[in-house]
Design a protein around this ligand. Sequence first.
Ligand SMILES: Nc1ncnc2c1ncn2[C@@H]1O[C@H](COP(=O)(O)OP(=O)(O)OP(=O)(O)O)[C@@H](O)[C@H]1O
Ligand SMILES: [Mg+2]
Length: 502
Amino acid sequence: MPEAVVRTEKIRKDFSAVTVLKDISIELQAGETLGLIGENGAGKSTLMKILSGIYQPTAGALFIDGKSTSFRNPSDAKAAGVSIVPQEFNLCPDLSVSENVYLGDEIKGPGGLLDRAAMRDRTRELLSELSAAIDPDARIVELSAAQKQLVEICKALVHEARVLILDEPTTVLTKIEIDSLFRVMRDLRSRGIALVYISHKLWEIAEICDRVAVLRDGELVHVAPVATLSLEEMARRMVGRELSDVFPKLAEPSAEAPVLFEVEGLSSPNAFENISFSIRAGEILGLAGLMGAGRTEVAEAVMGVRRATGRIAVAGKELRSHRPMDAVAAGIGYLSEDRQGSGVMVPFTIAENATLVSLPRYSRGLLGIVDRKGEAASAERWKGLFSIKATSTDQCLEELSGGNQQKVSLAKSLDPEPKVLIVDEPTRGVDVGAKRDIYRLIADLAAKGIAIIFISSELEEVIGMCRRVLVMREGRAAGFLEGAAVNEEEIMYLATGIREGV
Ligand SMILES: Nc1ncnc2c1ncn2[C@@H]1O[C@H](COP(=O)(O)OP(=O)(O)OP(=O)(O)O)[C@@H](O)[C@H]1O
Ligand SMILES: [Mg+2]
């Protein structure tokens, strides 16, 4: 076998007294794609941060082309040809796309001046290689989550990478965007670049990877050619046990249940137009559509964080205004798709985040002193319910793995005990076992009479969780699907406009 581009020998990583990686020995050949899978908190990102110079290992050795190396920082790693697209966005919101792509690696012309034109042109080229319709001059704040992810990928491709690590790059991408990313990955692979691909979507691993490595609780438990493992087997090796049905059995819809939530003629300039639907107590209504169809915008309008006109009512009572405080007071809970932007605050603890929206419940007396004990007890309950992997509920979110942050975000939207719950991409970045838990929890909430709006780009989960689906296309209601019509083809027909609905 030829010399590995990267090889690790017994890498260990401790955070304070906690060992999160144990004796990891793995190697990567030029031109191969290695899939890295494992539960939330298994250590995937940590291992990749070590390979890319973000963290230093506590013990163990790293070899590049057979030579022992150590990276003091990400620049060292980049110089050796190892680049990473991190799991969490790492972009400056107020700078433009091309400024972000070249941040720290600016192209300079004669006299040391920044060559903005060259950077813009090269960025445009990279973006078009990714089939991304993004203006290099657009500011990051103007971009959607999917577009931001593509900018991160561009940023990593700017360097002559020999090893490119992609840490859950597709959690915010649609099928079309994933396909074009895979095209880019295949192209890089044919140029001899070694790729590491982390994803919780196991079918992606099967499609794009040559080998797969499984991490469980910080240990490498299995490495094998991808063709030797079925999806079920991958899942079983990750969680160390057999997983029964992923989706829960949904309660039969009751025609007698009262309508709990109504939206009538909701419109928002440049986002969507004339959206109407109603949901009965105990019902889960799916909201499907392609990226940019306006699903998230509808949720934002309902929550009062986006300007809109139209009628919104909870239990027959119309919301007096379109402001967030009224939505929350009326009993509407919201899990935002943008975990980092408006979901949680990473410098704060699990307890603080989980009780953020419901804080008034934990305030006592005229001075509104926060009942830390009550807060901690609630947080403890969520930690147990979602198996949030953390040393305690006092741990700050920035120290949690991506999937565990998502679980805290969900806890935050559920802690106020809403009557109506909107979840936008609720299982983004969570592992198969935790997904199953989240699906069950949502089904249980519905069974208790909560009305739920379930927004997701993963058709599989929309189909598994909803008996009725509103499909949106280009800001309009393309149609409702119900019962047996809730299937992949019908949803795609409406979402793409091949078929008009009613
Ligand atoms: N800076 C840090 N300080 C303390 N603990 C940390 C830090 N970074 C990560 N950890 C812990 O290390 C463990 C592994 O986290 P890591 O982010 O590598 O998981 P992961 O496999 O990438 O999970 P996910 O699928 O959720 O992204 C977790 O228990 C996490 O809380
Ligand atoms: Mg991770």
